[in-house]
Every structure is written in C-alpha cells, then in structure tokens.
Design a binder for this molecule. Structure first.
Ligand code: SF4
Ligand code: SF4
Length: 130
C-alpha cells in the first residue's frame, strides 16, 4: 500500500519516517521524497496490514497522510498503444497483452509523472487530475 506523507520541517528536522519505523517496527520503503527547508513530501510503500498503525503514528508526529490506490488513469479512447509509456516508466507499470493492447498495473506507480508528459495522445493522467 502506498501513502503520500506531507510534513512540516518548521518545528525541527526530525527524521520522521525513521522515527515511525523505530516506533512501529514496520519496514517502510521510501519510493520518492522531496524535501526543502520548510516542508517535505514522501511516497512510501508499506505492508497493507500495517496501514493503520503507520498512519496513526505519522499523524501523531504531525504529518498528513493520503492513501494512494491505482493512481495512474488511462483514457482508453485516446490510447493508440504506441508503447512510449512502456519505454519511459521506471517501475514497469505498463505492458502489452497478447493482442498488443496496453495493460496498466498501477500498484507499482511511484508518481514520477514521466508517462503523463511523454504520452503523445494525452491518454494518461493522475487520478483525480484528469
Ligand atoms: S504513451 Fe499514451 S498512447 Fe502510447 S501506449 Fe502509452 S498511454 Fe497509449
Ligand atoms: S507516473 Fe512514473 S512510475 Fe507511474 S506509471 Fe507513469 S512513468 Fe510509471
């Protein structure tokens, strides 16, 4: 399960993800992180059964948490199965089926945005932002 964690750094520079790992014992895979002097945002992957305990501890530490599910949306009416997204995606989210139709496995997505930028048909979007 993937979560987007947003946290302020104004109250200090505590390593919030490391603290949650220590406090909960849950192994957290950080797939993407963007941190500046005032704020941080991280995309983390955790075991599904650990979601509640991790969310609770993150909230206690002042972070806001959003669950990501199947985040990349494909508009099949626009897609021409060119395969450009297959080439650019670092997570192997896209593949062709036996009929050379595009297949999307959104669970792997880390929201880097590359496929959205490269698609010549504008067939891909982040869910909720189409
Ligand atoms: S890049 Fe766009 S048009 Fe090409 S296969 Fe991917 S979604 Fe379809
Ligand atoms: S946003 Fe990045 S990781 Fe997600 S499907 Fe597109 S290229 Fe792959």
């Amino acid at each position: 399960m993937k979560l987007i964690v947003t946290f302020s750094r104004k109250t200090g520079k505590k390593p919030i993800i490391a603290q949650v790992v220590r406090d909960t014992g849950v192994l957290i895979n950080v797939e993407r992180a963007q941190i500046d002097s005032s704020e941080g945002e991280a995309l983390i992957d955790i075991p599904d059964g650990s979601c509640n305990v991790v969310k609770q501890r993150l909230s206690e530490l002042g972070a806001s948490v959003r669950v990501l599910e199947d985040v990349i949306s494909l508009d099949e009416s626009r897609c021409v199965d060119c395969g450009a997204c297959i080439s650019i995606c670092p997570q192997e989210v896209f593949s062709f089926d036996e009929d050379w139709k595009l297949v999307v496995n959104g669970d792997r997505c880390v929201l880097c945005g590359r496929c959205i930028e490269i698609c010549p048909q504008r067939a891909l979007s982040q869910k909720g932002e189409a």
